[in-house]
Design a protein around this ligand. Structure first.
Ligand SMILES: NC(=O)c1ccc[n+]([C@@H]2O[C@H](COP(=O)([O-])OP(=O)(O)OC[C@H]3O[C@@H](n4cnc5c(N)ncnc54)[C@H](O)[C@@H]3O)[C@@H](O)[C@H]2O)c1
Length: 379
């Protein structure tokens, strides 16, 4: 996931502004599972960062991680609260499974420690509101780990929408999925209710929601009619069906402020190649983002703009852009830069609150079997 391409970015950055290594930032990682590997890989390539503490509630896991990733001097803890009580940290990566995102993040923010929190932000809207309140009350930076935000093609999509070329946006379709791709490569924490809380809806659904909502400026969601199912995860053909406690498919029809319709569907498994491309329809033009086999924040081909010029129906293909560095590395670097420079959060919780409200709304509407209003308390 994390490549060494970030080095070239540093090289380029160093020409403009040398990285100040006079004081190394003392970083801690909470949760030393799969994604923590990508975090430590990035941190270890940064000359101004030192990973000094690791916490994992599974006995021996953080120590083995320290050994494997070449930080034998890092202090080892079990529960995250033990680490926070004992260490003076400049920043923390929260890399736990979804169900403990909120408590870990809020505990860090309450101690004034900046947090890079892995996606999805959390599980429920109540948790999202609690995170946003803690964020507002704290001086520390909180950034949510959406690396596709740093993809040049995603930035281009936002620029196209924000340019006004599409006119008034009135309908959006987004989502995606995998034909077979329930994630269990490193255990079952993605599929158990107690650890994940939500399935495809939160895991990959949050990315497609962020792609379109970020492009249009994150309008407030108002109502949702949601659906979710678990036919593939619960099937006896799936090896971990006895542990499966979340959704493997979800869909929602959401009304957004500004009279915009958002039609969304996401799958970890389905009898289909793709549930459709992402499309953003406007009164002057529309844009298509080709779907990928495994929707995780990439694009499946060049963006296409459809419009009418002088009475002709025309299409413009937007050339695909190369990223200067790995987006995961950029997400981590941008967080560290915000911490060092006292800058704004690269991916603020105030935006992802609406992403989480939609996820929560789809889930609750599906359970109730009817459309519901999305009510977001004042933060
Ligand atoms: N950005 C990405 O590309 C990406 C990719 C994969 C996973 N993720 C996200 O990262 C998160 C973690 O996924 P993973 O696959 O690494 O999970 P994992 O189950 O492999 O690791 C999570 C670890 O957190 C530990 N943990 C939980 N609560 C804790 C606490 N209070 N204190 C200390 N340790 C605690 C668990 O024991 C576990 O070892 C998920 O939310 C997932 O959505 C993001």
């Amino acid at each position: 996931m994390a490549g060494d391409s970030i080095l070239s970015k540093f090289k380029k950055d160093e020409e403009a502004k040398a990285v100040d290594t006079s004081k190394k930032l003392r970083v801690g990682i909470i949760g030393t599972g799969w994604i923590a590997e990508a975090h430590i890989d990035s941190y270890k390539r940064m000359p101004d960062v030192e990973v000094v503490a690791l916490a994992d509630i599974i006995p021996g896991k953080a120590a083995a991680f320290a050994e494997k990733y070449g930080v034998p001097d890092a202090h080892i803890y079990g529960h995250h609260t033990e680490m926070l009580a004992a260490e003076e940290l400049d920043a923390v990566s929260v890399c736990t499974y979804n169900m403990t995102h909120a408590e870990c993040t809020i505990d860090c923010l309450n101690k004034g420690i900046p947090v890079l929190l892995e996606k999805p932000m959390c599980v429920t809207l109540d948790e999202a509101v609690a995170i946003c309140k803690a964020d507002k009350a704290s001086d520390a930076v909180l950034s949510i780990g959406f690396q596709p935000r740093f993809d040049e093609n995603m930035k281009m999509l936002k620029r196209i929408v924000q340019s006004g070329e599409l006119g008034r946006i009135y309908y959006i379709q987004t989502g995606g999925g995998r034909r077979r791709g329930i994630p269990t490569p490193f255990g079952t924490s993605f599929i158990e209710k107690e650890t994940a809380g939500i399935g495809a809806l939160g895991d990959i659904g949050c990315y497609s929601l962020d792609m379109v909502l970020n492009s249009i400026g994150y309008p407030k969601p108002l109502t949702v009619s949601g659906y979710k199912s678990d036919f593939f995860g619960k099937s006896p053909d799936f090896p971990h069906h006895d542990k499966f406690g979340v959704d493997d498919f979800a869909a929602g029809f959401i009304r957004l402020e500004g009279d915009i319709i958002l039609d969304f569907r996401i799958a970890w498994a389905m009898n289909l190649d793709t549930p459709g491309d992402t499309i953003i329809m406007g009164t002057k033009a529309s844009v298509r983002v080709p779907s990928t086999e495994c929707w995780n924040g990439s694009i499946g081909g060049p963006l296409v703009i459809y419009k009418e010029i002088a009475g002709e129906q025309v299409e413009t293909i937007v050339p695909e852009k190369e990223n200067e560095a790995d987006c995961f590395d950029i997400k981590i670097r941008s967080f560290i830069d915000a911490v060092k420079e006292g800058g704004a959060a690269p991916v603020p919780s105030s935006e992802i609150l609406y992403n989480q409200a939609i996820i929560d709304g789809i889930s609750r509407s599906a359970e109730l079997g009817r459309e519901i209003e999305i009510v977001i308390p004042e933060i």
